[in-house]
Design a protein around this ligand. Structure first.
Ligand code: GDP
Length: 372
C-alpha cells in the first residue's frame, strides 16, 4: 500500500476519534484560534529577501539571516526553492573550509551532553561551531529524538556556536539534502567546524556519512552483547569510537569496553583513507577525554589532507549528491504534478484490486509522465 498513513488516519477518525483508545499519529495540529493570523504569516512568508540579501547576511555572519536562509532551503515551495538555489550557488564558493564531523550513537549514549561539552571546548579554543542534525524520527512520527536542543544550554548561549534542529518534513533523502545544503550556508557564514548529529538506529547515519569527513561513534560500556547490537556497518564507518560515561564506578567498564571494541575494529579491513580507527573513552559530564579526542580528529585531518583522501572523499560525496539531487528532483516533479496525482490514485486502485500488476502500472504512469 502506498498510502497507509492516510488510510489508517481515516479509520481512526471514523471509529475511534472520541474513544480513549484513539492513538495519535503525531503532534496534532492546533485549532485555528485566530483565522487572520494564517494570512498574516502567509504574507510574511512570501515577502522573502532577495538572494543577494540572504548572501550578504550570511557573509556578514548575521545569525537571523542564516537561520532564515536555512528555513528557505528547507522549504519545498517552488518560489522558495528558486531563491534557495541562487543563495546556494553564491555560497558554494565560500564553503568547503570546515571540518565536518558526523556524530552518532544510540539514544541515551550522551550525544547532546557530549556535543555540549566538546563543542564548548572547541569554541573556547577559538573555533566557530555549527551543530546540525538528521533525525529520522521526526519524519515518521513528527516527534523528535534529537529535537530538544534546549538541553545544550551552554552552547545555545555561546556566540561562537549555532545550533539548528533537524529538518522534519519529507523522505530521508529530502531531509539529508536539506542538511547538506545547510552545511554550505553555515560554512559560508564562517563556521569552521560542523557537527551533524544523528541517532545510530537506521539509515540516517549513512546519510550523515555521505556529507561528513569524519565519523564519530559514541558508545556506552556495558554488556558484551552490545557488540552484536550495534550494526557492523556503522562500526565500519567509524573513524573514532568514543566510549562515553567513563566516570565514577563506570570507569573500569569503559576501559574494558575500549579494549573489546578496539579488538573488534582489528577485524575490519584497512580503510581506504589509510587511517586506523581507534577507541577512546570520555566523560561528557565531567569534560574528560576531550583533549585526546580533539588530537585524534586533528591527526585524521592532517593525514587525509596530506594523502589526498579528504579531497577524494569530498568529490565522491559531490557525485553522490548530484545523483541524489536528480533523484529527488525527478520524484518531486512526478509526485508533485497535479495531473499525475489523479492518475496515481487511479493506478493505485487497480493495483490494490489486483487488476493490474505493479510493473505495468509503474511503466504506464511513467509513460504518461513522459508525455506531459
Ligand atoms: P543522547 O540521547 O545520546 O543525546 O543522550 P543525552 O546527552 O541526552 O544523555 C543521556 C543521559 O546520559 C542524560 O541523563 C545525561 O545526563 C547522561 N550522560 C551523558 N553523558 C554522560 C557522561 O559522560 N557521564 C554520565 N555519568 N552520564 C552522562
Amino acid at each position: 500500500m502506498s498510502r497507509p498513513a492516510s488510510h489508517s488516519n481515516n479509520h481512526h477518525l471514523h471509529d475511534l476519534s472520541d474513544s480513549a483508545l484513539f492513538v495519535n499519529e503525531g503532534v496534532p495540529q492546533p485549532p485555528v484560534v485566530n483565522p487572520g493570523a494564517a494570512s498574516f504569516y502567509k504574507k510574511k512568508q512570501t515577502s522573502l529577501y532577495t538572494a543577494d540579501q540572504y548572501v550578504e547576511g550570511i557573509r556578514s555572519q548575521n545569525l537571523s539571516m542564516l537561520s532564515q536562509a536555512i528555513t528557505l532551503v528547507e522549504s519545498t515551495r517552488p518560489d522558495h526553492r528558486q531563491v534557495a538555489r541562487s543563495v546556494l550557488e553564491a555560497c558554494l564558493p565560500l564553503s568547503g573550509n570546515s571540518i565536518r564531523v558526523g556524530i552518532t550513537g544510540v539514544p541515551g549514549a550522551g550525544k547532546s551532553t557530549f556535543i555540549e561539552a566538546f563543542g564548548s571546548y572547541l569554541t573556547r579554543a577559538g573555533r566557530r561551531l555549527a551543530v546540525l542534525a538528521i533525525d529520522p524520527s521526526s519524519e515518521r512520527s513528527k516527534g523528535s529524538i534529537l529535537g530538544d536542543k534546549t538541553r545544550m544550554e551552554t552552547l545555545s548561549a555561546d556566540p561562537n556556536a549555532f545550533i539548528r534542529p533537524s529538518p522534519s518534513a519529507g523522505s530521508l533523502g529530502g531531509v539529508a539534502r536539506k542538511t547538506r545544503e545547510s552545511v554550505i550556508l553555515c560554512e559560508a557564514a564562517g563556521y569552521d567546524v560542523i557537527f551533524i548529529e544523528t541517532v545510530g538506529v537506521g539509515q540516517s547515519e549513512i546519510a550523515v556519512h555521505s556529507m561528513t569527513d569524519f565519523f564519530l561513534l559514541l558508545m556506552l560500556s556495558g554488556a558484551g552483547d552490545e557488540l552484536q547490537g550495534i550494526k557492523r556497518g556503522i562500526m565500519e564507518m567509524a573513524d573514532l569510537i568514543v566510549i562515553n560515561k567513563a566516570d565514577g564506578s563506570n570507569v573500569e567498564k569503559a576501559i574494558l569496553a575500549q579494549a573489546l571494541y578496539q579488538n573488534a575494529l582489528h577485524l575490519f579491513p584497512p580503510s581506504e583513507s589509510g587511517w586506523r580507527p581507534t577507541v577512546l573513552t570520555s566523560s561528557a559530564i565531567e569534560h574528560k577525554g576531550l583533549d585526546v579526542i580533539l588530537q585524534k580528529i586533528n591527526d585524521y585531518f592532517s593525514l587525509t589532507r596530506s594523502n589526498g583522501y579528504m579531497q577524494h572523499k569530498r568529490r565522491q560525496q559531490a557525485r553522490y549528491w548530484m545523483l541524489e539531487t536528480i533523484n529527488e528532483t525527478l520524484r518531486n516533479r512526478l509526485f508533485g504534478n497535479p495531473q499525475m496525482e489523479a492518475l496515481l490514485n487511479e493506478y493505485e486502485q487497480k493495483v490494490l484490486l489486483g487488476t493490474l500488476d505493479s510493473y505495468s502500472a509503474a511503466s504506464a504512469l511513467i509513460q504518461h509522465f513522459d508525455q506531459l
